[in-house]
Design a protein around this ligand. Structure first.
Ligand SMILES: Nc1ncnc2c1ncn2[C@@H]1O[C@H](COP(=O)(O)OP(=O)(O)OP(=O)(O)O)[C@@H](O)[C@H]1O
Length: 384
């Protein structure tokens, strides 16, 4: 490790393995707010720091040690969502004084300097599914040093894959107890810091999000990395249904009349009440699907999904997110495991994802003109 006399950055070329094409490890002596002077090190997958002032060895006789030990001293880039230069200002340093006195072992000193801030999260100790914002502010007397760290850390963040850059956000102002707008105001700064562009649509009535999703052109939809619901389960389902209603091309299962006809012609055992149009397969056929007309049943139908030439599979994944503001929020309990808007926002900006199974539910209804028409709904399952 090298630190020059002025505490400026020194590239530690020796730390780079031969043939390693990653950026060389970078070390700097900087000040970490509320901790003091540290040696900050940029690694291949994150950064870490070590206090530069000596501490008592036993780790128990000085409050300062206890204080420092509470903080993590290594952060992975996968857990960081923004790095920014902050204004010139105070850094609180902790200076050890009265070393022999364990109750007076710390003194806080403020210094003015240039600063940069790293935004990440920490898991709550009591509820690991709950993520809380963590902010690390570093300071140095030279602006170029801070700028260099910001550039270097941002360059590493840019290598993180799967993070969204542009999102369509629906806010239901009436969700829960009219929580939607307030919830969005709480989490919007997280998206802004992460430099994620958001187009926000505040819904005006039931069905608004469905209509927007169904009528948005595929070209416009392609410009987004995903769609976020700030609301409850109802809003999420509306978005999902609006998205799929005009785009999903799977064939429907047979109408009850086709089903009954097919079953009779195949002489399958069936209990059928013509009046109620209910068909039930006997035990003998449990777990099979023998009575579907072959013309209508072509497996899952997934091969037809998104084969619309206007909607070529644009991205490997089109994502749906939910920031809970509703009255039950069952979906987030299955995804993040915490009914907390900040946790959800962090999952989204960091590009975390879970697989989503979609079930198509078709029910048949008879119209006034005695025509049987399908009524199609989609439901998401997060079982994985
Ligand atoms: N501006 C609006 N005015 C009235 N209804 C709306 C509006 N925006 C969305 N909705 C409808 O409100 C329904 C419920 O919304 P949401 O799921 O966000 O909140 P919620 O309080 O959790 O409700 P629920 O428990 O019924 O799901 C949605 O299905 C949607 O159709």
């Amino acid at each position: 490790m090298e630190i020059n006399g002025d505490n400026n950055i020194v590239e530690n070329e020796l730390a780079v393995e031969e043939g390693d094409c990653e950026a060389p490890i970078l070390n700097s002596s900087v000040f970490l707010d509320h901790v003091g002077e540290v040696l900050l090190t940029h690694n291949s997958d994150g950064f870490s720091w070590k206090p530069l002032t000596s501490f008592d060895n036993d780790g128990s006789s000085c409050l300062r040690i206890k204080f420092s030990a509470k903080l993590p001293n290594e952060i992975k880039f996968s857990d960081v969502y923004a790095v920014e230069l902050t204004n010139y200002g105070s850094i609180h340093k902790v200076n050890r004084t009265n070393a022999g006195n364990k109750f007076l072992g710390r003194e806080s000193l403020d210094s003015e300097m240039f600063r940069f801030t790293v935004h990440g999260f920490q898991k709550s100790k009591t509820q690991p599914n709950l993520w809380v914002l963590a902010v690390y502010t570093f300071g140095h007397k030279d602006l170029p040093t801070c700028e260099m760290w910001v550039n270097r850390l941002n360059a590493s963040l840019n290598l993180e894959v799967g993070r969204p850059k542009n999102l369509l956000v629906f806010v239901n102002p009436l969700s829960g107890k009219t929580n939607g707008r307030r919830t969005w105001e709480i989490v919007a700064p997280i998206f802004a810091r992460a430099k994620i562009k958001t187009k926000v649509v505040v819904t005006e009535k039931a069905g608004h999000a469905f209509d927007v999703m169904a009528s948005t052109t595929n070209k416009e939809l392609n410009s987004y990395d995903g769609v976020i619901a700030v609301g409850g389960d109802g809003l999420f389902n509306e978005i999902l249904n609006g998205y799929l209603s005009s785009r999903y091309k799977a064939p429907y299962p047979p109408a009850p009349s086709d089903f009954v006809h097919s079953v009779w012609s195949n002489e399958c055992s069936l209990v059928h009440n013509r009046d109620e149009k209910v068909a039930e397969v006997s035990d003998q056929n449990d777990g099979q699907y023998p009575c579907l007309p072959s013309s209508q049943h072509n497996g899952s139908g997934l091969s037809n999904f998104f084969q619309d030439s206007e909607f070529p599979y644009p991205k490997e994944w089109f994502r749906f997110g939910i920031i809970p503001a509703g009255s039950t929020d069952a979906i987030v309990m299955c995804t993040t495991g915490a009914r907390d808007p900040v946790t959800s926002a962090l999952h989204i900006v960091l590009g975390k994802r879970v697989c989503l199974d979609i079930a198509q539910i078709v029910s048949w209804r008879e119209t006034v003109a005695s025509k049987v028409e399908p009524r199609v709904r989609y439901a998401a399952s997060f079982a994985g």
